[in-house]
Design a protein around this ligand. Structure first.
Ligand SMILES: Nc1ncnc2c1ncn2[C@@H]1O[C@H](COP(=O)(O)OP(=O)(O)OP(=O)(O)O)[C@@H](O)[C@H]1O
Length: 243
């Protein structure tokens, strides 16, 4: 029998308070290596907090978060996990190319690999522009190139497609799928339901709890709906009916 694939991310009984307010209320999940997991939920439901716990920048009250078999944020993970935040973290006074080359150098990659990452996010035509003069979507893509160039095993993306036009969104999702095919594990937050179908698995977060942790197909089947927006609403309504 083939061995069961190890979880790249294992979260057990995670409780997080922010400003004394409970934000994650005992959540557990296991994210398979080489998959794309969508983290979906309304604004304020705790998506960024969950992501911060996975990358190890969030103080947790209790529970455990392990990534590639190590505690989240621990030293062995530094070169293996990349995080693209909602606010593009790039140097405004450097060009696109120079930003990516800087990250590349930090991780022992060369300028050729940096340029390849720039091309991958569709920024080849803007490579010499100053990052400070880019649109929001172009800044996000530059940030993404900075993450891609280090070839992370786990890539965590907080709403990477906000404000992007549909063609670029589609291209980025194709890239996410390709990265997973090559073995990377991706956790992608979004509140756009039409992106959910591009994921292998969905975590639906509401008020600090997972109300679903399933494949898109199983989620549609179990709720008797034909689209994920309707499935999410169905789950919320059935929970409210119970409470
Ligand atoms: N620094 C903070 N101090 C106190 N409370 C915070 C802090 N940051 C976030 N929160 C609260 O924690 C809750 C979850 O926030 P979080 O940013 O994780 O949600 P989200 O689902 O990512 O939202 P969005 O989609 O709007 O980014 C919210 O109620 C928010 O107000």
């Amino acid at each position: 029998m083939p061995p069961t694939p190890a979880a790249a991310v294992a979260v057990t009984d995670l409780v997080v308070d922010r400003g004394k307010k409970p934000v994650l209320k005992n959540v557990s999940t296991a994210i398979a290596a080489g998959s794309v997991t969508g983290l979906l939920g309304p604004s304020g439901s705790g998506k960024t907090t969950f992501i911060r716990a996975v990358v190890g920048t969030q103080q947790v009250k209790s529970g455990t978060v392990e990534v590639l078999g190590h505690p989240a944020g621990s030293k062995p993970l530094r070169r293996r996990v990349a995080y693209v935040t909602q606010d593009a973290s790039i140097y405004r006074d450097l060009s696109v190319k120079a930003n990516v080359a800087y990250f590349a150098a930090l991780y022992g990659k060369n300028r050729h690999e940096a340029m390849h990452a720039v091309e991958r996010v569709g920024m080849g035509d803007h490579a010499d522009r100053l990052a400070g003069n880019l649109s929001g979507g172009q800044k996000t893509r530059t940030s993404l190139a900075c993450a891609l160039v280090i070839e992370p095993e786990v890539l965590v993306l907080d709403e990477p497609t906000v404000g992007l036009d549909p063609v670029i969104r589609e291209e980025l999702w194709d890239q996410f799928r390709e990265l997973a095919r090559q073995g990377a594990t991706l956790l992608v937050s979004s509140h756009v339901m039409d992106e959910a179908d591009r994921c292998d698995r969905l975590l639906l977060l509401r008020e600090g709890r997972f109300i679903a942790d399933d494949t898109p197909a199983d989620l549609r089947a179990s709720t008797g709906t034909d689209n994920l927006e309707a499935a999410f609403l169905h789950l919320i309504r059935s929970l409210e009916g119970v409470n």
